[in-house]
Each structure stands twice: as structure tokens, then as C-alpha cells.
Design a protein around this ligand. Structure first.
Ligand SMILES: *[C@@H]1O[C@H](CO)[C@@H](O)[C@H](O)[C@H]1NC(C)=O
Ligand SMILES: *[C@@H]1O[C@H](CO)[C@@H](O)[C@H](O)[C@H]1NC(C)=O
Ligand SMILES: *[C@@H]1O[C@H](CO)[C@@H](O)[C@H](O)[C@H]1NC(C)=O
Ligand SMILES: *[C@@H]1O[C@H](CO)[C@@H](O)[C@H](O)[C@H]1NC(C)=O
Ligand SMILES: *[C@@H]1O[C@H](CO)[C@@H](O)[C@H](O)[C@H]1NC(C)=O
Ligand SMILES: [Ca+2]
Length: 381
């Protein structure tokens, strides 16, 4: 039981850092807003102070209405021509990974939002509003900001990339609902050689949103909002409050279709045989399809099929392989585009990826670890 308690106590460290950011939902209005005028309000550096934020260029304070739809019908910030806002937060713990969730909406009904650049001292991401990835007009994204020690100032900047909004298909982006999460490096438990195989370390979910969080292409597993995994194409990070999730509180839905998935690099013993196990399922989001997921470990690959009725189900699959090298890439890919009847992109759910030495017996390993622990205690005394 000891290792389990250890893992649990470390998991508790993976806390949301919502209060690191001030006015992260933009509900504290700028000062000196005109009393009897309806929003949107154009902010000016001479007249307005925006709690928590510095702004530059064309920035407007907006309210959800017929043209702007927001996750919780409150207020948000529109980034017009050269519009930019920034805030500096101070990191609060040693060596933590910081991952941001935020939403983008278009300022209008029949247009798509212009690009938003999100930057921090060591990272930079460009986001455009993706259509058909959810039922809402807005969309939430997850973004890796960086890893820092305690008490470092981090300047977080949101910037509109479009210099002019004269053509109607592209309208200014509106951003809202920033959620900052700090996480330690995932811990290895003795039953799984992979870190974050259950996908519990990822961007924060919006409380009430049924939309999940989109994760765009993240080529490097060390700069990914899904800790330890790189992302190819676009995947959706889904929560157990709003989707069917095979294990724990979160899983990955491979949504973008052609050559999309996740990959990680496992450090293995060359020539040894391993067993890769995972759950394949559907998110209970009306995605009716014969899902095919290709699991690949080094040069060993296999396609697994799961017929989905879209009502929430999962099945465990496994694959045996021999490590061809000490660093073995392990991936789960989907090559097919699937859609619900309403035209929302959807796909197979992958969760609970477990890698073990072939022939490994968890019980024996436990006993071994406990006796090691006891030995250590005896040695200390
Ligand atoms: C915004 O960034 C500028 C530097 O570009 C900095 O001087 C300013 O303090 C930042 N504002 C906040 C609120 O962190
Ligand atoms: C958006 O498009 C719909 C149909 O395509 C149209 O009925 C509506 O008037 C348009 N709205 C605006 C604000 O242009
Ligand atoms: C989630 O919702 C509850 C109740 O509506 C609220 O008290 C809490 O602050 C919310 N948490 C976040 C992170 O938004
Ligand atoms: C799995 O299926 C895809 C698409 O049909 C194919 O390209 C790929 O080679 C298959 N992978 C394996 C390991 O058979
Ligand atoms: C799927 O969602 C429906 C509600 O939309 C719920 O009643 C049902 O229990 C869910 N199924 C699973 C397997 O979670
Ligand atoms: Ca999980």
C-alpha cells in the first residue's frame, strides 16, 4: 500500500492555480466605464484601468449578447487591430509545469475569429478558432506555457495577429475564461513504466462546459499541455463530468481525423519484451462509427477496431512487443475522420495506457518494494 499512498500524496500537488491570475474571467470591469451606454467599450489607456491587466492597441470590454456567445454569459475581452493584453503572475512552487486553458469566440455570428498569439517567456502559440469541433460557437484550448521554479515572474501575453478586420469572414477574436494549472512532473508508479498513461495531467477543464479542451499539434512531449505526450493533429481532452471516460477524470478523444493521435517516448531495455495495454472507447457523444486505432511501439504496430454506438463504452486491448532500441516511441493514431449527425468532429477515446515488462506480476513487485522499504527503515535505525 505504501507506493500507492506516495502516488496519492503527490497527485494532490497537481492543483489548479486559478488564483495565480488576477481577473482571469474578466468579470472585474475596467474603471470609468460610461454609465448608460451598452457594451462593447473601447478601452483607452488615459481613461481606463483594467484590474490585473495592461492593454495596448484596440482592446474592447464586451458582454455576451446576440452576436457574441461566451462560455458563461459574462464579460470578455475583444482583441481588435493590434490589440494586446498582458499580465505578470508569480509562480508559486518549485519546478512546476504551467498549462493554460482559455476560450476563443468570434465577434459575430457568421465569421471566424482571427488568430490569437499566446506567449510567455519560453513559449509561444498561435491559435485560430477551429470550426466543427464542438456544439458551441466558442472553443476552449489548452496551451503549455513553461516550467519554472518558485517566485519567478511570468509575463503572459495575448495578442491579436490580424492588423485589420475589414473583410467579414474574419472578425476579431474574443477571449475569456483563462484557467492556469500548475502540475509537478507525473510520478511513475511501479505498475506502469509510462508516465501520465491515464492522461490525468493535462489542462484544466471549464467547470460547466460540455465541450472539452482542444489540444493542437504539440511536437515535443516536454512542451505539451498533455504532460509527457506529444500531439499530432488535434485531439480533445475530455472530462468525466461531461463525457464517458474509461479511467479517472480525463481521457483523450482523437478528433481531427486524418493521421491524428498522441505519442510518447519510453525508455526501455533493448531486446526485452513488454506488454502495452490500453482502453479504447467512445466518449458517449453520439459518435457512431467503427473506430480503428493503430497502436505502435517501435517497429511493432497493430490496428484495433471498436464498433461504437456513441453511448459510452470501452474495451481493454493489449499488444506484446520487443523493444528495438532503448528509446521506443509509443503512439496511438487514428486515420479516419468521424462526425456526429450534427456535424461535430469526434473519434475514438484512448485512456489508461499501461506498459509493463512481459511476465511482470504486480503482486510480486509490491512485495519486493515493501521489503526494500522495510530494509531501508531498518538500515536507518
Ligand atoms: C505588460 O508587459 C510590459 C512589457 O511589455 C510590462 O512593462 C508590464 O508591466 C506588463 N503588465 C503587466 C500587468 O504585467
Ligand atoms: C448569418 O447567416 C444567417 C444565414 O446564413 C443569416 O440568416 C443571418 O442574418 C446572418 N447574420 C448576420 C449577423 O449577418
Ligand atoms: C466551479 O463551479 C463552482 C460552482 O459553480 C464555483 O464555485 C467554482 O469556483 C468553479 N471553479 C472554477 C475553477 O471555475
Ligand atoms: C492500420 O490501418 C491504416 C489505415 O487503414 C494503415 O495505413 C496502417 O498501415 C495499418 N497499420 C497496421 C499496423 O496494420
Ligand atoms: C451517456 O450519457 C447519458 C446522458 O446523456 C447518460 O444517461 C448515460 O448514463 C451515459 N452513459 C455512460 C456509459 O456514461
Ligand atoms: Ca484517464
Amino acid at each position: 500500500m505504501l507506493p500507492q499512498m506516495f502516488v496519492l500524496s503527490l497527485l494532490i500537488l497537481a492543483t489548479s492555480s486559478a488564483d495565480l491570475l488576477q481577473n482571469a474571467d474578466f468579470e472585474s470591469p475596467p474603471t470609468n466605464l460610461p454609465k448608460r451606454m451598452r457594451p462593447p467599450f473601447l478601452l483607452s489607456t488615459e481613461n481606463n484601468i483594467f484590474p490585473g491587466w495592461t492593454f495596448e492597441g484596440k482592446v474592447m470590454y464586451v458582454t455576451a449578447d446576440e452576436t457574441i456567445s461566451l462560455p458563461s454569459n459574462g464579460h470578455a475581452v475583444l482583441l481588435g487591430e493590434d490589440g494586446k493584453i498582458n499580465q505578470t503572475f508569480i509562480t508559486n512552487a518549485d519546478y512546476m509545469h504551467y498549462v493554460l486553458s482559455f476560450t476563443i469566440s468570434p465577434d459575430g455570428q457568421n465569421c471566424s475569429a482571427g488568430d490569437v498569439v499566446v506567449s510567455a517567456p519560453d513559449s509561444n502559440g498561435v491559435f485560430s478558432l477551429k470550426q466543427h469541433y464542438g456544439k458551441e460557437v466558442w472553443q476552449s484550448y489548452g496551451h503549455y506555457l513553461g516550467s519554472w521554479d518558485k517566485e519567478e515572474p511570468v509575463n503572459l501575453v495575448f495578442q491579436s495577429q490580424t492588423a485589420e478586420f475589414n473583410s467579414s469572414p474574419i472578425c476579431p477574436p474574443v477571449i475569456d475564461k483563462l484557467l492556469l494549472k500548475s502540475m509537478p512532473k507525473p510520478v511513475q508508479d511501479n505498475e506502469n513504466l509510462l508516465l501520465n498513461g491515464g492522461f490525468e495531467y493535462g489542462p484544466e477543464f471549464l467547470n460547466k462546459s460540455t465541450e472539452g479542451i482542444l489540444i493542437d499539434q504539440a511536437p515535443s512531449p516536454v512542451q505539451s499541455p498533455l504532460l509527457e505526450w506529444s500531439v499530432l493533429g488535434t485531439v480533445k481532452y475530455i472530462d468525466s463530468n461531461h463525457f464517458f471516460v474509461p479511467q479517472g477524470k480525463a481521457a483523450i478523444e482523437i478528433v481531427s481525423g486524418v493521421s491524428t493521435g498522441i505519442q510518447m517516448a519510453a525508455t526501455l531495455v533493448e531486446g526485452s519484451t513488454y506488454n502495452l495495454e490500453y482502453m479504447l472507447g467512445d466518449a458517449n457523444n453520439s459518435c457512431v462509427e467503427d473506430f480503428v486505432v493503430e497502436a505502435q511501439a517501435g517497429s511493432t504496430g497493430q490496428n484495433f477496431t471498436l464498433p461504437s454506438h456513441g453511448t459510452g463504452s470501452a474495451k481493454k486491448f493489449s499488444m506484446k512487443f520487443k523493444a528495438d532500441s532503448s528509446v521506443t516511441p509509443i503512439s496511438f493514431m487514428s486515420y479516419k475522420k468521424s462526425q456526429t449527425k450534427d456535424g461535430v468532429l469526434c473519434g475514438p477515446v484512448v485512456d489508461d495506457v499501461v506498459l509493463r515488462n512481459h511476465g511482470f506480476k504486480p503482486y510480486m513487485q509490491w512485495k519486493f518494494l515493501v521489503s526494500l522499504y522495510l530494509l531501508a527503515i531498518l538500515n536507518v535505525q
